[in-house]
Ligand binder design. Structure first.
Ligand code: UD1
Ligand code: CA
Length: 455
């Protein structure tokens, strides 16, 4: 019993002494959007989700996201991480203040990050945390970067010993201070035991009448604490998003990285720059992706798959040896078993296609199960929607679905059945039977009356 008790105490102690505050209450005016800035998508997921995924890798004890009062969609997107509400956007210092009640009694390291900086890496964050422990009297650390040309960022004013004296915001900086090229990226690591006290001393006597988080180094210095600077060389990872131009630039950076990964993992692309991946795309080996293909979130592609030009694919599974496209659309819930062939102008939604199924041209398969070896001919469709509800079509193995067949769901077709071209199938067709549902053709005996061209 006693040893059990000891183990539990140890487990509690070894808990990570890190909390993270993510600031995301800003309006993001320059995005010109009804959506909170950090909800805008980057390679298939919101900016805030990128940052949260990175932060989770540090296994923090707590993560608090600071939002504005009306950002319910953002609150839902970050759940289960709790949100703190900043009532008015009075500046980054005030935003941190809003998170303090959720950190009551916390004495570990507090990382403060900007919600609009999605690509920051785990290694860099670890370096920042390490910098905060460089010396005994280090109260905080800031992540800096060298810029040329220098944007309108906060400048890091160093002490002769290389520690940070203070940060001066661009708008408050003198001409001389503006010559400093070492800037504040916006990420801080602060001693949690001091944070509340120091934040309480921030005032808004500055050019923007805002409460600046960047006042912390000077405030800490007054208490005899030093601020260390961790410098990152990688400007891409600290690139923030303030406008749609920035967002497009980040998309470019992320796509370039994913294309390189795919090439290195055994994917052939004739024109990588025209192939779009999502953050979670999984691609096997010996896959060929022709130019102009868009892959949305939730896509898994097996080995030996060929995706031909102009395909749009989202939330779909494509197993080994399949070929898809050109001009195919795989919508959410499309699952292609091995060696399925999908040709041009075929749309598949919420449907499982068994091994070797062929749908070569101009077809729609929605809310369906199609058995192994079935041929689904040109122009055949599942009529899955009755105007109010969706219904299911079940097609057995080795079925021959003729051209221009309408399958009026719900309907079930037995293994080995044939569906005659042009049929509108409203009733189940048993195994190995021919279903035919079309008017019989009659050729009238009387010769056709020739139409004459009028001038
Ligand atoms: C901030 C830094 C600046 C740094 C730059 C890097 C301050 C005062 N300045 O400037 O030194 O070089 O980032 O990009 O911190 N936010 C809130 N509530 C607010 C204000 C902002 O939550 O009241 C959030 C925003 O959602 C945003 C982040 O804080 O994610 C940064 O705010 P922003 O106004 O963009 O700061 P900058 O002027 O860019
Ligand atoms: Ca900013």
């Amino acid at each position: 019993m006693i040893s059990q008790g000891n183990r539990m105490t140890k487990a509690t102690k070894s808990k990570n002494d890190l909390a993270v505050i993510i600031l995301a209450a800003g309006r993001g005016t320059r995005m010109r959007s009804a959506l909170p800035k950090v909800m805008h998508g980057l390679a298939g997921r919101p900016l805030i989700a990128w940052l949260l995924a990175t932060v989770q890798k540090l296994k923090p004890a707590r993560v608090i996201v600071v939002i504005a009062p009306d950002m319910d969609d953002l609150r839902a997107a970050v759940a289960p991480a709790p949100c703190a509400v900043q009532v008015k956007a009075l500046g980054t210092g005030d935003a941190v203040k809003a998170a303090l009640p959720a950190l009551k009694g916390f004495k570990g390291d507090v990382l403060i990050l900007l919600g609009d900086m999605p690509l920051i890496s785990v290694a860099t964050l670890k370096g920042l945390i390490k910098a905060r422990h460089r010396e005994r009297d280090t109260g905080l650390a800031v992540l800096g970067a060298e810029y040329n040309p220098v944007p309108a960022f906060g400048r890091l004013v160093e002490n002769p010993d290389g520690t940070l004296a203070r940060i001066v915001e661009h708008k408050d900086a003198t001409a001389e201070e503006r010559l400093i090229t070492l800037c504040n990226t916006g990420a801080f690591c602060v001693d949690g035991a001091q944070l509340a006290k120091w934040v309480g001393r921030i005032n808004n006597r500055n050019a923007q009448k805002e409460f600046y988080i960047t006042d912390l180094p000077a405030i800490a210095a007054k208490d005899g604490y030093k601020t260390q600077i961790a410098v990152t060389e990688d400007l891409d990872e600290v690139q923030g998003v303030n406008s749609r131009v920035d967002l497009a630039m980040l998309e470019y950076i992320v796509q370039a990285g994913m294309r390189l990964n795919a090439l290195e993992a055994g994917v052939t692309m004739h024109d990588p720059a025209s192939v779009y991946f999502s953050y979670d795309t999984e691609v096997g080996r010996d896959v060929v992706i022709e130019p102009n293909v868009f892959i949305g979130p939730g896509v898994v592609i097996g080995d030996g798959v060929t995706i031909r030009s102009f395909c749009h694919i989202e939330s779909a599974v494509i197993k080994n040896g399949c070929s898809v496209g050109p001009f195919a659309r795989l919508r959410p819930g499309a699952e292609l078993d091995e060696r399925v062939h999908i040709g041009n102008f075929v749309e598949i939604k919420n449907a499982k296609l068994g091994r070797g199924v062929k749908a070569g041209h101009l077809a729609y398969i929605g809310d369906a199960i199609v058995g192994e070896g079935t041929n689904y001919s040109c122009g055949a469709i599942t009529a899955n929607y009755d105007g109010a509800n969706k219904h299911k079509t079940v097609i057995g193995r080795n079925v021959m679905v003729g051209s221009n067949v309408n399958l009026i769901a719900p309907v079930t077709i037995g293994d080995g059945a044939y569906l005659a071209a042009g049929s509108t199938i409203t009733q189940d067709v048993p195994k190995d039977k021919l279903g035919i549902a079309r008017a019989r053709q009659s050729n009238l005996r009387k010769p056709v009356k020739k139409r004459e061209k009028k001038d």
